[in-house]
Design a binder for this molecule. Structure first.
Ligand code: URP
Ligand code: ZN
Ligand code: ZN
Length: 465
């Protein structure tokens, strides 16, 4: 099957230029001006006049079917990946989880079984590592050989995922030998639990307690600490879901002294705030960790994205229904499952809030939602590029079309939207994955099990600025 995309503006991280794009099979075969005039034919032609032609979105932080707090994140690989595609994301990297006391292998096998044959877009895995011991350290090497090169550890969630500093350091030392990457959830979970208990004892049991207990300074402290541990081990480190000025300052300082510290933020921290946790138990819809921050942190995060202190935006998609799941914490905010639905809205929110609102260029938009994720996670230039030989993961993107985000129309399997009523400018007319159109004008037209496992290589972070 050959598809010709004509008359569009190709937007890449490096620049924008008018070009026709020929897709042959699963990859991009040719780029040039007036390809039909040059005699190039195809089975289908898509007229992209007035549209952008951009690489499909890559979301490197999702949690499909993740068990958390006595329940399970609602989106399956099937529902979540279709929702992602509807929103212009053609690749996800999800977190396989180690069960405490069991092997990494078992965790990865379980996640591969959940995803295989049930995922609409290409997918890969990072590994959430709970136990650090001789056996799991040796397993890290084997997982890397199988295309799973990143390991997420936590300074949060004591008793569940929490790792003490010496364990984090040992995992980092191992990545110095095997070339893997440690990703860190950086909040001081031990201190947060003390403050949370104090709040509950003082009668603050509603969702706002979640935001009040998890001080930004405790994210800043943990971020600085894990970066220092990585410097001591002589390895790069990647901070997931960075939310606050305090944490950003730690990353800025580290990068200033030449440390290989990298970080992502998420749409919820760019567009929502602590105020959203205030509305009685409705605030439970916005409970995630680290929590939403006071609104004035947003300007710092946008600055971080402009200056490349933050390299990319991922979603941390981890949806729980309000009814029946978030309600588990009706009497105590500590029991509200942590996580938000966002995988469907990232690309359009960043276009509207970033490009349309003048905070970033359209090239930077492509970079933070696709190209940088591909570069940092071993997928470039197969993914994240409009280039000859790259996978034809392509969005024909209308930068002027408007839509209103709503749970009534979204495709995520969750009973509310954190962005309900947001009107965004810009959305995908066509979403193509490896040459197959999955979504056209908002309707699903592709196979539901199109996705393939991505076996990824380690990244040479010395090459990433
Ligand atoms: O609230 C969150 N972020 N839930 C998902 C698990 C995690 O820590 O990423
Ligand atoms: Zn986390
Ligand atoms: Zn997460």
């Amino acid at each position: 099957m050959r598809t010709l995309i004509t008359n569009g503006l190709v937007v890449t991280a490096a620049g924008s230029y008018p070009a026709d794009v020929l897709v042959d099979g699963e990859t991009i075969a040719l780029l040039g001006s007036d390809l039909p005039g040059a005699g190039i034919t195809a089975d289908e032609t898509i007229d992209a006049t007035g549209k952008y032609v951009v690489p499909g979105g890559i979301d490197v932080h999702t949690h499909m079917e993740l068990p958390f707090g006595g329940t399970v994140a609602k989106d399956t690989f099937q529902t979540g990946s279709k929702a992602a595609a509807h929103g212009g994301t053609t690749t996800i990297l999800d977190f396989a989880a180690q069960t405490k006391g069991r092997s990494l292998r078992e965790g990865l096998d379980a996640w591969r079984a959940k995803a295989e044959g049930h995922t609409a877009i290409d997918y890969g895995f990072h590994m959430m590592m709970t136990d650090v011991n001789d056996a799991t350290l040796a397993e890290m090497d084997r997982l890397i050989a199988e295309g799973v090169p990143e390991f997420k550890l936590f300074t949060a969630y004591p008793g569940v995922n929490f790792s003490p500093d010496d364990h984090i350091f040992r995992a980092m030392q191992r990545t110095r030998e095997n070339g893997g990457l440690v990703m860190m959830h950086a909040e001081n979970g031990l201190v947060i639990d003390v403050i949370a208990a104090d709040l509950v004892a003082a009668g603050i049991t509603g969702p706002i307690g979640h935001g009040l207990a998890r001080y930004a300074i405790l994210e800043g402290e943990a971020t600085n600490r894990v970066i220092r541990l990585a410097e001591a081990a002589g390895v790069p480190v990647y901070i997931v879901h960075l939310t606050s000025r305090d944490a950003l300052e730690a990353v800025t300082a580290a990068r200033g002294r030449g440390a290989m510290a990298f970080a992502e933020t998420c749409p919820q921290y760019l567009f929502l705030s602590l105020d959203d946790l205030e509305n009685g138990f409705e605030g439970a819809k916005y409970v995630c960790s680290p929590p939403l921050r006071p609104k004035d942190h947003q300007v710092d995060l946008w600055r971080g994205l402009r200056t490349d202190t933050l390299q990319l935006v991922a979603t941390d998609h981890c949806p729980f229904d309000f009814h029946g799941q978030k309600e588990l914490g009706r009497d105590d905010f500590r029991k509200i499952p942590n996580g938000l639905p966002a995988v469907e809205d990232r690309v359009d929110l960043l276009h509207d809030g970033g490009v349309v609102k003048g905070r970033i260029t359209r090239e930077r938009w492509v970079e933070i939602m696709s190209t940088a994720p591909a570069r940092m996670f071993g997928m470039y230039p197969k993914k994240g590029a409009i280039a000859i030989g790259s996978d034809a993961d392509i969005l024909v993107y209308d930068p002027n079309r408007r839509r209103t985000i709503s749970a009534a129309t979204h495709h995520m399997d969750v009973d509310y939207s954190i962005f309900e009523g947001f009107e965004v400018q810009g959305t995908s007319d066509v979403v193509m994955s490896r040459g197959t159109v999955l979504v056209r004008d908002g309707a699903w037209v592709g196979p539901a099990n199109h996705g393939r496992f991505l076996r990824r290589d380690v990244t040479d972070f010395a090459r990433i600025s």
